[in-house]
Design a protein around this ligand. Structure first.
Ligand SMILES: *Cc1c(COP(=O)(O)O)cnc(C)c1O
Length: 450
């Protein structure tokens, strides 16, 4: 198996007390140390970067302030053009904690630049916002997070941006659907909530071939929502995607204490994303940035490695249970997408990393009966399980369960849900850090009662 060891693009400056070059160390280690300094801010004396709490910044003169505004989001090849030390002006334009987090997120995703937002939806809207305009078309996979679906179906028609949904599990469908107006190919993999996988490399080949025929401003960008996998399990940019979007609220934040989002993309997109954030205003709070920087990213590998070990056992338990119709977990060998999972879901060191999310369908004599059993199971778990909590969201230290048909994906009409692969009896499980046997015992007890 090919090792896909990520080479961090934003390498930290070698510390003065240590002569080793940053390339000697793994991404996992880099996420603990971070970059430690920037042109604008240096916290190299701190083990923990100070949490900044300043909405605005002192300017030395009217001229320097004015120049700061001119320089903001006007870089050449990612470098600020001024010969002076760059400055901070106002939180919405940028401040130290967000900058440090953005450096580390870009490194984790093997991207050139990152801009954070106040939520995952803020990030999704920003990525699509800088890439599309009236008259353009977005191609999207038929199934996705409910709010993203609603963004594309409730709001984008008002802006005369055409959105077409198709089944991207077969990449050839993308080739067939592209038109002169297409500017974005958008999908999640694994897909929320079905855990279907989409072949990032195959779609990127199709889009790259098309882009070679196009003028620069008419090219198509691939945007992947990598929230389910996290950069620990999969780095879409290494596989050919242009942009990655994240809900930091989930497993990157990891503890369920903060809402946040991020876009990682090519260098040219950084200025546009910064301007978009400045003007639409979905700016990540400094405290939220600090939590993801200090607690979330440094523990990501440790948490997800443990969660996926448990997830593999839970998926195996569920797939052998007589009351379960089917289980979708990329790590299950019998999954018809296992070969693709092996190819594209790899941790920072190249080991197979199928993640911490499971989708399963409860049996029933009819779809209605199946929905009814899933609701019963949900309620038994909600009431009696100690280690499984009924809650939306995912990527937490606690195991969370939910019924997508009536919760996270309720924005998709019931009649449409089946067509989009959301089964009436489907349930989504996000594995936490509890002991594996405890989770399985709680599931067993609840399943015995339906
Ligand atoms: C939760 C989620 C989002 C939205 O993130 P928020 O931080 O809640 O705004 C987007 N995409 C996926 C796949 C998600 O799970």
């Amino acid at each position: 198996m090919k090792k896909t060891k990520a080479k961090p693009k934003v390498a930290p400056k070698p510390s003065k007390s240590n002569n080793s070059t940053p390339e000697d160390y793994s991404t996992e280690t880099h996420l603990i140390y971070g970059k430690g300094h920037s042109e604008k801010w240096d916290y190299s004396h701190h083990l923990v970067p100070p949490m900044t709490a300043s909405a605005t910044f002192r300017l030395e003169s009217a001229q320097r302030g004015a120049q700061g505004f001119v320089e903001f989001a006007h870089t050449v090849e990612g470098k600020e053009v001024s010969r002076q030390t760059p400055i901070y002006i106002y939180d919405r334009l940028g401040e130290p904690n967000k900058d440090l987090l953005e450096d580390n997120l870009a490194m984790a995703e093997s991207g050139d630049a990152c801009v954070t937002f106040s939520s995952g939806m803020g990030a999704v809207a920003a990525a699509l916002g800088i890439l599309s305009a009236p008259g353009d078309q977005i191609l999207a996979h038929k199934t996705m997070y409910g709010c993203t679906y609603e963004l594309l179906t409730l709001w984008y028609p008002r802006y005369h941006i055409d959105v077409r949904f198709l089944d991207m599990v077969n990449p050839e469908n993308v080739r067939k659907a592209m038109t002169d107006a297409t500017r974005v190919v958008y999908f999640e993999t694994p897909v929320n909530p079905t855990l279907d996988l989409i072949d990032i490399g195959a779609i990127s080949q199709i889009v790259r071939a098309e882009n070679e025929k196009r003028k620069k401003q008419e090219r198509i960008s691939i945007v992947v929502d990598n929230t389910f996998a996290t950069p620990f399990c999969q780095r879409p940019i290494e596989l050919g995607a242009d942009f990655v979007v994240h809900s930091l609220t989930k497993n990157i934040g990891g503890f369920g204490t903060d809402v946040g989002g991020a876009v990682v993309g090519p260098l040219w997109s950084r200025d546009r994303l910064l301007l978009y954030r400045k003007d639409f205003g979905a700016v990540l709070g400094t405290k939220n940035a600090w939590d993801a920087l200090v607690y979330g990213l440094p523990t990501l590998a440790l948490r997800v490695r443990q969660q996926q070990k448990t997830a593999a056992e839970v998926a195996r338990f569920l797939s052998g249970h007589p009351k379960i119709e089917s289980v979708n977990y990329p790590g299950l060998e019998e999954s018809n997408q296992h070969a693709l999972a092996l190819r594209q879901m790899r941790d920072f060191d190249g080991n197979f990393a199928p993640g911490s999310m499971i989708y399963f369908v409860v049996k029933g004599k009819s779809p209605e009966d199946s929905r009814c059993n899933a609701e019963k199971l949900t309620n038994f778990l909600a009431k009696d399980a100690y280690t499984i909590t009924l809650a939306v969201s995912l990527g937490n230290i606690r195991t969370l369960v939910e019924h997508p048909g009536s919760m996270t994906h309720a924005a998709i009409p019931a009649s449409e849900q089946v067509r989009k692969g959301i089964d009436p009896g489907g349930m989504r499980l996000s594995i936490g850090l509890e002991k594996m046997d405890d989770i399985i015992r709680d599931l067993q007890k609840a399943l015995n009662r339906i």
